[in-house]
Design a protein around this ligand. Structure first.
Ligand code: NAD
Length: 354
């Protein structure tokens, strides 16, 4: 199968591309390698598969309508996994236009390409942020998502609405996946686990928002990749069994349009997450407690019963295992010689105490 994957230099996109290549798919990747964070990390992710004979890379911007159209025309992908987007919540304060050009205009170009070139199935990334200020836990797809709290969440909510309209108007089959806080090897440097690890290793304080009272469905990357691949393989309206007697309020019931949460069933306290990281690093964090930030939601918890029902799939990796894998990768990638560094750090601490 030929699959267009957008955002292949990104955290999730690089893992998805590798997995599809491993199972024998042909992958066309698109990324603009923007400098939202360390571009060398993006290049290093790409380097894991750019030499693969079934991988073709296209450098380009989703907001460039002609370039996206040319990509579809030239490569004629059968299916699309759309993961490229401007992620992150706080960056929008200074750069609101990027969210609209990449996430809304860019998404429109992907929808148009998919429609015009008769793509069988579009799988795209949405987010748990669409649940906004919802406080009924766990979050289920059947809950209201009327009030996103950030521009990022609003653009993802717009994606879901746009995908629905294309499913209804043109029969474009799509599956939206609401990812819950994803972490793991090759992760994003702007996210908490990465920031905490870097600061703890440098002996610097970590910033803990909401005085550590956050709870999150921290979801390991392999669990996300597994869900994306399963979703890709089940084309709504063709492979699904929802049109029969199972009610499916998340969709119109007619259009080939599906939406699923993918997140760990375990909602973990932020302080517990930090404790697990401390154990893996063998060091204590110095915490700077800060109030809840505007746009932050205090808790997320994923209800994945629809995913389990329709795809027989559920995330399963616990934070103890996932964080340990992240730390292993981090130390390898940044050349942190664990034993020596940790020992030196501990000796310094002991001297300071003495
Ligand atoms: P990422 O920033 O690591 O990856 C996104 C990639 O898309 C980057 O390599 C970037 O260069 C590329 N990109 C951005 N704008 C582009 C544009 N206009 N044209 C071409 N390429 C562009 O982010 P990620 O964590 O891998 O996220 C992947 C998807 O999952 C995103 O849609 C994100 O919103 C969604 N998501 C992620 C998380 C998470 O916790 N990581 C949670 C919920 C949803």
């Amino acid at each position: 199968m030929k699959v267009l994957v957008t955002g292949t230099a990104g955290f999730i996109g690089s893992h998805v591309a590798l997995e599809l290549l491993k199972r024998g798919d042909e992958v066309v990747g698109l990324d603009n390698l923007n400098d939202y964070y360390d571009v060398s990390l993006k290049r290093a992710r790409l380097a894991r598969f750019t030499g693969h004979c079934a991988y073709t890379h296209a450098h380009g911007d989703l907001a460039d309508r002609d370039a996206v159209e040319a990509l579809f025309r030239e490569h004629r992908p059968q299916r699309v996994v759309h993961l490229a987007a401007q992620a992150g919540v706080r960056y929008a304060a200074e750069n609101p236009h990027v969210y609209v050009s990449s996430n809304v205009t860019g998404f429109l170009h992907v929808l148009e390409g998919a429609r015009r070139h008769e793509v069988e199935h579009l799988v795209y990334a949405s987010t748990s942020s669409v649940y906004g200020a919802n406080t009924t836990m766990p979050f289920s797809e059947h809950q209201s998502t009327e009030h996103p709290l950030t521009l990022y969440a609003a653009t993802k909510k717009a994606n879901e609405a746009m995908a629905h309209s294309y499913a209804h108007l043109y029969g474009l089959a799509s599956t939206g996946l609401r990812f819950f806080t994803v972490y793991g090897p090759w992760g994003r440097p702007d996210m908490a686990l990465f920031l905490f690890t870097r600061a703890i290793l440098a002996g610097e304080p970590i910033q803990v928002f909401n005085h550590g009272r956050h709870k999150r469905s921290f979801t390991y990357i392999d669990d996300i990749v597994g869900g994306v691949v399963r979703a890709l393989d089940r084309v709504p309206g063709i492979d699904d069994r929802w049109n029969g007697d199972t009610p499916d309020p998340a969709s119109s019931g007619v259009a080939p349009y599906r939406l699923y949460n993918i997140g760990s069933h375990e909602s973990v306290d932020l302080l517990r997450y930090i404790e697990v990281l401390e154990d893996c690093l063998g060091r204590k964090a110095t915490m700077r407690m800060l109030p809840l930030q505007a746009g932050d939601v205090p808790s997320t918890e994923a209800d994945c019963s629809d995913l389990a029902r329709d795809m027989g799939y559920a995330p399963s990796v616990r934070v103890e295992e996932g964080v340990a894998n992240f730390v292993d990768w981090y130390c390898d990638y940044y050349g942190v010689v664990r034993g020596a560094r940790f020992a030196a750090h501990e000796a310094r601490e002991a001297n300071a105490v003495g």
